[in-house]
Design a protein around this ligand. Structure first.
Ligand code: GTP
Ligand code: MG
Ligand code: ZN
Length: 293
């Protein structure tokens, strides 16, 4: 049996990349009744038919899985946001960060794009805020080329997903990295995006220098309701040192007295904007839970 990576899934066809090239595969029947879904990014074993097409026989264990779009085995997420136009929306950026942490993506990098639109004070503020948490921040501009080489280096030989608000410049960045990708840009209207022609087709696009990237549509809202409320704080890396030692076991770090997280916020060790994002998501999760139970 041969082995390869699913780079695209369209209707019932799976395009599997192996060392020799791209093989068009179908699924062995038993996958269908197992309700075991093969998604883009999966490593699979397949057998070859006479016409050189393939049949997927086995699904190898996944390292992680991102939902919407469904992509497996991601090495890193590049959370992209604009320094201006649209103005950065910290809650939205923080939601993307939580989504990536929850999905167990090994590396999370921020990309501050449209640096050409702000002065150095504007970019320093954004850099400091996220750098303090411990995330790497790459500052880019597709208009003057700043940071494109650094980004290309970060992507080399890895599977990277670009996520972030609509209009941040994700597709533009990918085109700047590799003009052969020729992705569509500038469509900010979300109405168009939800139209019937817009399949949320997640595709691994090979990069010229090695590696794959996934461009995602800039959804402005997504649900984090599957997160366990008591686990949420752990998805904020800078909260972790404060998570053991609150007075109450099962402290949600919201209303309880003698809470080390709240104390860290008061002392400036945790940024207020991050704590606000935490409370906001916590409330959303709690409401959903009530609806379902
Ligand atoms: N000034 C400036 N404009 C940029 C930059 N990068 C992209 N843009 C512009 O921002 C707009 C949106 O860019 P896209 O690449 O389509 O943004 P996106 O993140 O892919 O958006 P969605 O696909 O809707 O999620 C386009 O008009 C781009 O020309 C940049 O570095 N500086
Ligand atoms: Mg785009
Ligand atoms: Zn607490």
């Amino acid at each position: 049996m041969e082995q390869g990576k699913v780079i695209k899934n369209y209707n019932s066809f799976y395009y599997v990349q192996d060392a020799t090239g791209l093989v068009t595969c179908k699924l062995r029947g038993r996958f269908k009744k197992d309700r075991c879904k093969v998604v883009t990014g999966d490593e699979v074993g397949f057998s070859r038919l006479e016409d050189q097409s393939g049949v997927i026989e086995t699904l190898l264990p996944r390292r992680n899985l991102l939902r919407r779009p469904s992509v497996a085995n991601i090495d890193q997420v590049i959370v992209t946001f604009a320094a201006a136009e649209p103005d950065p929306h910290p809650l939205l950026v923080n939601r993307f960060l939580v989504l990536a942490e929850w999905s167990e993506i090994p590396e999370i990098v921020l990309c501050l794009n449209k640096a050409d639109l702000v002065d150095s004070a504007g970019r320093q503020a954004a850099l400091a805020a996220y750098g303090e948490i411990g995330y790497r921040v790459i500052v880019t501009s597709t208009k003057n080329g700043e940071g494109i080489d650094a980004l290309r280096e970060q992507l080399k030989n890895r599977v990277s997903v670009f996520a972030g608000p609509s209009g941040a410049g994700k597709s533009s960045l990918l085109n700047a990295l590799d003009p052969a990708l020729d992705l569509r840009t500038g469509e900010i209207s979300s109405k168009i995006k939800r139209g019937r022609h817009t399949t949320r087709l997640a595709q691994l696009l090979p990069l010229a220098g090695g590696g794959f990237i996934v461009d995602t549509p800039g959804f402005s809202s997504f649900e984090l309701e599957k997160i366990e409320p008591l686990r949420l704080a752990g998805y904020f890396p800078e909260f972790r040192p404060f998570l053991t030692g609150c007075r109450y076991r099962g402290c949600t770090h919201s209303h309880e007295p003698d809470c080390l997280v709240k104390q860290a916020v008061a002392e400036g060790q945790i940024q207020a904007v991050r704590y606000d994002a935490y409370l906001n998501i916590l409330q959303e999760i709690a409401e959903r839970k009530r609806e379902y139970t």
